[in-house]
Design a protein around this ligand. Sequence first.
Ligand code: ATP
Length: 239
Amino acid sequence: MSTGSLEVRGLTTSYGAVTALDEVDLGAEPGQITAVLGANGAGKTTLLRTISGLVRPSAGQVLLDGADLTRSATEEIARAGIAHVPEGRGVITELTVEENLRLGAMLGASRRRDGRGLAQVYEMFPPLRERRRQDAHVLSGGERQMLVIGRALLTGPSVLLLDEPSLGLAPRIVAQIFELLRGLVDAEGTTVLLVEQNARSALSIADVGIVLNLGRVVARDRAATLAADDALRHAYLGF
Ligand code: ATP
């Protein structure tokens, strides 16, 4: 089982002539939430997609506990302990809530950390327990977000990559989900990379942050320090 120390070195990813990531360096540690911030098109989604093997970098490396995963297949990267929750949910609406969760549990059956199971996900997200026998299409936006995070947790990840979990959710629900995430990281020592447009909320629960602009890292620091930097906030963070 990996401890979840993630390192990205000189990562460069292009789509044709567009360089979406340009020599990005990043370290993310167990028990910490690292916010990945920046405007539309900064390269945040590409960073997560490159780490999880969905797109291939032209240069650089992705290391998990020192092991090089850069050329590994997506399934191998998942098996190594990196779970990716993409933007736009991914709930299978024709299945019940519990069936959706069991898919995650199935994928993680051979490698789940002790004690983490459906019961724990239900404890963390009570609305999912209440609706466990209902088709997932009845879920609200916030509940769908809980479901995809819960499903990812059931794969037993040491690293969780979250792409815009706040998208389309009311501020109160965002606060609730971020609080649950903070609790999870504190309790289990998971490594989290949190991609967010909603920089203010993300920095309020993150430990550290990086700011991307046009594929390059323009700032990295403790979350509180980034949030207090007026010039940076105005230039890149939109609050
Ligand atoms: P957003 O918040 O809008 O998703 P982002 O910070 O996640 O922005 P990316 O989606 O990673 O940014 O995009 C980085 C750059 O790569 C942008 O210029 C974008 O237009 C480009 N890009 C992203 N995906 C593709 C693709 N599949 N084909 C071509 N260009 C792409």
